[in-house]
Ligand binder design. Sequence first.
Ligand code: NAD
Length: 439
Amino acid sequence: MKIVVIGTGYVGLVTGTCFAEVGIDVICVDIDIKKIENLNKGIVPIFEPGLESLVAKNISKGRLQFSNSLAQSIKGADVAFIAVGTPPGEDGSADLKYVIGVAQEIGQNMNSYGVIVTKSTVPVGTAQKVEETIKHELEKRQLGISFDVASNPEFLKEGAAIDDFLKPDRIVVGVSSEKAEEVMRKLYKPFLLNGHPIIFMDVPSAEMTKYAANSMLATKISFMNDIANLCEIVGADVNMVRKGIGSDARIGNKFIYPGIGYGGSCFPKDVKALIKTAAVNGYQMQILEAVEAVNERQKSVLFEKLMNRFQGNLAGKTFAIWGLSFKPNTDDMREAPSLVIIDKILKAGGKVKAFDPIAMPETKHIVGNIIEYSETEYQALEDSDALLIVTEWTDFRSPDFEKMKVLLNNPIIFDGRNIYDQAEVNHFGIEYYGIGVLN
Ligand code: NAD
């Protein structure tokens, strides 16, 4: 089987590499010339644990290739995955120009039957648009090549993407023909040997499944953040409440950690896109509107605590930030809450000294030198007036509190991820402010 993966970002590169890993011939295509040049040398543009070695291994085995030419790569492909970006348009809807552009190019160049699969997160009806686009291009070429379009949304988590792909909780595939189902079942067979389920359904349901999944996860986060804020007001401890509710199997203990709001490349845009899909269809997603509003507010919570503690005056003060990426184990800074916090501190006249184990180059790429970057987490504390924990990297879980107290001008921690125990931190003579806990 020969497959082509179009778009070599987080999803496309992981998808292509993992298919190559199980022995399939894969060509990953991207329009970014530099990216492909680097990948051909084994240089991976993103930080994703385990990815670089897997890319190198599969290049050397000759199963994984990279190309800028979709026109050449699509020839003779059994399956083509579209994994390009679907960023939010100005009105919040998913911008499909990259997906449709790729469909056009496929139609202009395919030369035999293939299954064209949308792996990008796309609204209901997109696979149909892809089909119409390809058909239109084939008609122009007066070719009677048959093809199927399938939807195969991706559920990988950045930071654990390889494991998620190789050992998926489930694989969802929307198909409209038996032939496409057969091809997709064969393709995914190596990933199903350990009992991981593949769920076939109609195409619109598969497209909707992805949005429903991300929206449900975002809802859990916003719900818990709302509860945390109320806990603070009424004198409860959300860490206790979380344990109390998480032990109920109907609720579950995952994704109920309060914090400083969700970020990343998926939840914010997918929640917005689903709200928009509903709106254009004359329906209002009331829960998701609230989820989004709570999330926006939550991004300011840590900053507000900072302002309260410093009586609204941050001018001339320096604040250490530990963690910049939107979550641990990734260098992805898209919609990272750290960017909002940095912006607010700078606007209030403060300075920021940041440390992140991986995401500093990417942060520098985005915000430049408006903040200071430290070589170690402890260096960030030197002459800083307080520490803000923004991303819960494991490196920060068990720090040397004695040393922290000595290095900080004022021994104060604002823990945006509730990774420390308040009593323990206080024991070292450090003031502690968490999310949804009594101070
Ligand atoms: P990304 O921005 O990291 O990568 C997209 C890539 O597509 C870029 O390298 C870009 O150069 C390339 N591209 C754009 N137009 C192209 C074209 N015409 N031909 C070839 N390449 C082209 O995006 P991503 O994070 O990998 O996300 C891709 C899709 O997968 C999105 O729809 C996203 O919502 C979805 N998704 C992302 C994640 C995630 O964790 N990042 C998880 C599940 C689903």
